[in-house]
Design a protein around this ligand. Structure first.
Ligand code: G6P
Length: 372
């Protein structure tokens, strides 16, 4: 078993370190220079894909957060409306689905019953179904019209890490493919985005090489009872995923919020010493989101919060308001989740390890939930 863990203490730690390869392998051979996608099993006519009027992403757990990240990129690149819905909510609300709807299910295992049932339901309504999946030949891809496999390799730890980054990568390939098909992006733009994606594995490696900074923080926080996570735009699902990891394996009350929602409720939770992770957008962004999130850091800090900041390299402005800053390498905003998630995974893994918990087999959870 020690050998299977590749010298790491847990499968989870190993899988966090597998992430440069998970992203690189998911990109590998997928797109030609024009961003044309190679689907493993395409049973949807490209002409039909061209004509879709909306996308609904169906997934549970971490996979649903990958869908939430994808929404920002696909809407921006393809100008197709994207809804993201938890599989178990979808089927029971008379969703509006027709032959112009593309269902994109995301499932690491391909066996999650709620997602399978939601896909079946959508198919009955005439929708096209595409599965993003990490497990060859599993049920959801078998029952879908098309599949785009993530090549993260087998994920053993119950809490998902490398599958998540591979899922985001796969949705981005899909987004670029659709943008190409529908003429929403120029060839040069697609090439540039693919080139930026190609640089992600080395940037993840850079983060992993500095993992001890996060470990020290995590060990020092082992006695905390509650941790909050704030993010905005693509940083919002990153915050949600950071909180989920901490709940799953460290059994700490953790909640993620949209930073803009702070003043509508969550700020009431802040009191002396409350740790708050803040995922800060790039200061190079065209809009004012950076300034808005920096002022959120100031707001919680003024109320006693311990501010733990994930920011982009070179963002000096956050330093003066943060107890702790972890810098991730520069990347275009839409790709930022592929980097900013990693320190939060390390944080949860190290904190749970410091508490002596079995991070691979957390209590009450299953890797694959095959009941409704
Ligand atoms: C379970 C696992 C989670 C996973 C979720 C969805 O709850 O513990 O880690 O994100 O199922 O699984 P799937 O295989 O459909 O991605």
């Amino acid at each position: 078993a020690a050998a299977e863990k590749g010298g790491f203490d847990s499968f989870m730690a190993k899988e966090i370190h597998d992430q440069p390869a998970a992203v690189a392998d998911t990109l590998l051979g997928r797109a030609d220079a024009e961003g044309r996608l190679t689907l493993d099993e395409l049973r949807i006519d490209p002409e039909e894909l061209k004509g879709i009027s909306k996308i609904i992403v169906l997934a549970c757990g971490t996979s649903a957060y990958a869908g939430s990240v994808a929404k920002y990129a696909i809407e921006s690149w393809c100008r197709i409306p994207v809804e993201v819905e938890l599989s178990h909510e979808f089927r029971y609300r008379e969703p509006i689905v027709d032959e112009k709807t593309l269902i994109v299910s995301i499932s690491q295992s391909g066996e999650t019953m709620d997602t399978l049932m939601a896909v079946r339901y959508a198919k009955e309504q005439g929708a096209k179904t595409l599965s993003i999946c990490n497990t060859n030949g599993s049920t959801i891809p078998r029952e879908s019209d098309a599949v785009l496999y993530t090549h993260a390799g087998p994920e053993i730890a119950v809490a998902s890490t490398k599958a998540f980054l591979a899922q985001i990568t796969a949705t981005y390939i899909l987004g670029l493919y659709l943008a190409h098909l529908r003429g929403n992006l120029f060839t040069g733009q697609i090439k540039d985005i693919l080139a930026d994606l190609g640089k992600i594995p080395a940037k993840i490696q850079d983060i992993l090489d500095r993992g001890d900074e996060i470990k020290d923080l995590a060990v020092s926080m082992a006695e905390n009872q509650s941790v909050l996570f704030l993010g905005r735009h693509v940083g919002y699902p990153v915050a949600m995923e950071g909180a989920l990891k901490l709940k799953e394996i460290a059994y700490i009350h953790a909640e993620g919020f949209a930073a803009g929602e702070l003043k509508h409720g969550p700020i009431a939770l802040i009191d002396d010493g409350q740790p708050v992770f803040v995922v800060v957008p790039s200061p190079r962004g065209r809009d004012s989101l950076h300034a808005k999130v920096v002022s959120n850091i100031q707001e919680v800090r003024a109320r006693g919060a311990k501010t733990l900041v994930i920011a982009e390299e070179g963002d000096e402005a956050v330093k003066q308001y943060a107890e702790f800053v972890f810098y991730v390498p520069e990347t275009p905003t839409l790709l930022m989740p592929l980097l900013a998630t990693v320190p939060l995974q390390i944080f949860a893994c190290e904190l749970a390890t410091a508490k002596g918990f079995d991070v691979d087999q957390p209590r009450n959870l299953a890797k694959s939930v095959t009941v409704e």
